[in-house]
Design a protein around this ligand. Sequence first.
Ligand code: ADP
Ligand code: MG
Length: 882
Amino acid sequence: MRARRQRRRGIKLKHLGMIRKGKTTRRPPPKKPSNNQKDPVGVYCRVRPLGAEDEECCIEVISNTTIQLHAPDGLKANRNGEFKETQYSFKKVFGIKTTQRELFADVAKPLVEDLIHCKNGLLFTYGVTGSGKTYTMTGSPGQGGLLPRSLDMIFNSIGPYQAKRYVFKPDDKNGMEVQNQVDALLDRQKRDSQTSVPKTPTTRRTDPEFADMISPEEACKAGGVDEDSSYSVFVSYIEIYNNYIYDLLEETPFDPIKPKPPQSKILREDQNHNMYVAGCTEVEVKSTEEAFEVFWRGQKKRRIANTQLNRESSRSHSVFIIKLAQAPLDADGDTVLQDKSQVNVSQLCLVDLAGSERTSRTRAEGSRLREAGNINQSLMTLRTCIEVLRENQMCGTNKMVPYRDSKVTHLFKNYFDGEGKVRMVVCVNPKADDYEETLLVMRFAEMTQEVEVARPVDRPICGFAAGRRQRNQAFKDELTHRLEERGGPVDGESPTVLNQLLQSFHPLPPCEISGPNDDVTLPRLIEALEKRHKIRQMMVEEYNKTANMLKSVLQEQDSNLLSKENFIQEQRGRLGEKDKMIQNQKNEIDRLEKKSKMLEYKIDILQKTTNIYEEDKRSLQHELESREQRLQREMSEKRRMETRMQGIVTDAKLKWEKECERRVNAKQLEMQNKLWVKDEKLKQLKAIVTEGKTENRQPQRPSREKDKVAAKRSVSPSPVPTGPLVRPLHRRSHSAGGERWVDHKPTTNVDLDTVLQPNIPNAIKVNAPNEKALSKCDKYVLTHQEFASDGEIQTKLIKGEVFKTRGGGQAVQFTDIETLKQENPLAASRKRRSSETGPDGEPMERNWTDVETRCSVAVEMRAGSSLGPGYQHHGYPKRRKP
Ligand code: ADP
Ligand code: MG
């Protein structure tokens, strides 16, 4: 059973939590965005004890926030066991043993504190008739309810700081004015003179009806009361019956013969959008007792009216309004500041609602039934308003809340629309008879706590320095003390200063009158008295002067003090600012220090890295240097080697060149010898052959001398191989006929005196080739001499054809070379001449004539050729530009 309950409660709470969560996100924007903090309506549940012990119970408190309803046996049967148990959660649940004091501490105390701190509050009790609403709100003797306790707490808190009566005076627009001291005094005197108005009771518990409501040891006090403000409490008490408002404190002359029915009041809205009962009596009260007396007065009136008009009190709503006016003391700390804008008025409404049951429990008939309907109507409106508010807040809708449909809701409109703290105590009677009504009450109560109300904001404080009241009090104390010292109090025991003064007066002369004709005593007495009178006047003047002086001095001192204090305050403010700045800078410094540490650390790391890199660099440089040195060394070594090698190579080359030349020469010689031998053999053979054939022709045999010469000469073959084998003695150019030659013979040539020299007719003989000669001819021949290695002289006939060039000059194209060899006739005397000094000095030709020709003659002889080596010679045609 227990476990099941727990589980159910868990589900219920979870459900509630979900609703709340949804609400915060979907709440519509407030109509008056003065502050955006909201609090849900605080709903508390109080369960009263059963009237009789044997009654059936349908409620169980299962925790300090949850109660459980059990359907009574009769209902269970009817409803097939459905909805057997339901749980409801509230901000707090108060069980049957809860004392009035405990309830007050939780429910009303915060509201009273708010009231003292200029914030409005609304507290109402809700429940069916007989559930303990009135008990909770008012209480009973010895068991004071929320109302007397609230009043008591207020007066305990502001008691010493209350303003004199009539300093605050309500205007007729729900506001509060500050009267000047004179007007207030006059009002007070007027009140005192009216005997009909009962005076404030001087002792507690004079009326037995509210005796012992609160025991003194239960006294409560609010904290943080501003001592430099002056306070006044005003109470109003109204009843709303059948949607009419009645002022329960209104003074109406009582007519026992024809009692006047009470006049209903109307609601108005003040400039702060707060609703108020127009023309409602507001009674200024100075103590708990006085306030309670006023309350009882209203109660009595209500009872009488109900009896007279045959009304049922459970059908009416009663509203007790506690208004607290507060205003700062002036700079002196003596009187309330005469500034209406500085007056703050807050109010706490304590509402004992009518029974919430749907139908009259007493068998209402006729007019009573109609009333019952109306009363129910106002509670219905309350429920509707709460529902719409909840919907608007949870779903973001903007439905109109029907506050105006009933006086109760209209009166408290601004608590829901504007700001304030709203609390509700739901009273329940656990008896089974009330089950169905209680169920409705519970549902309404749960819904109500989902409505949120804007939290009241703190009021700004006035600009005066704090501690004004204390200072003023201290000043007054000081003054009385001094006066006491001087003249003693009025009832003083030993007025020293006064005695001294009195002693300084001359004693009165004997004033016994001897007879009717005593002309001496009376004038003397008159004179003495006149003298005394004069002295007295002087003293009074003196006293006044001194007093005035003292007062001005004190005032001056006070203003000085005040300005000093203001200054101190200012300085404190500055100090605070500076402190903040210092704190900020400290934080900044801290931050920077941290940063610098961090950077230092980084620098350290970088330094280390740099060191490592530098070390690396150094070692690498070192290595580089050593390598460079090695390279240098190797290079120089290489150079040395190169030069050495070059030396060796040139040496070797020279050697081999020499060797080659030597060998070539040797070979040439050898070959020439061989050639010569063969030539000789061939000649001999030829001679033998021709001798036999031409014996009859008698050919002239050349002389031995000539043979020798002829044998020695080497005839270069003509380029025309078809020529005769033996040439005529006078060698003629085969192309002499018709052609014109340039015969170039350098002067250095040796006259060989031989027949083998060319003899060209019509040739132009020149020592050096010239343009003129070349232009006239078409053939060219150079006779070039040089010494062969064997000491013979070698003559070359270099032939060419002359062409006309495009530029108008001549070019020679060599076509043929003939080489003749002969013994140097100047061998002994003349030096061998180098071909280098050739007539045209062209090295190509020199080479060609010198080595090539000789080689081709010597080496390119074809073996077995029938023509012999002389005919194997080829002329290399070479083209060259002039
Ligand atoms: P309501 O105002 O709701 O109609 P009352 O406050 O008049 O109900 O209570 C009806 C009766 O029950 C009164 O006699 C009251 O003393 C008594 N009563 C109500 N609540 C409690 C309670 N918590 N403890 C003791 N008695 C209570
Ligand atoms: Mg009641």
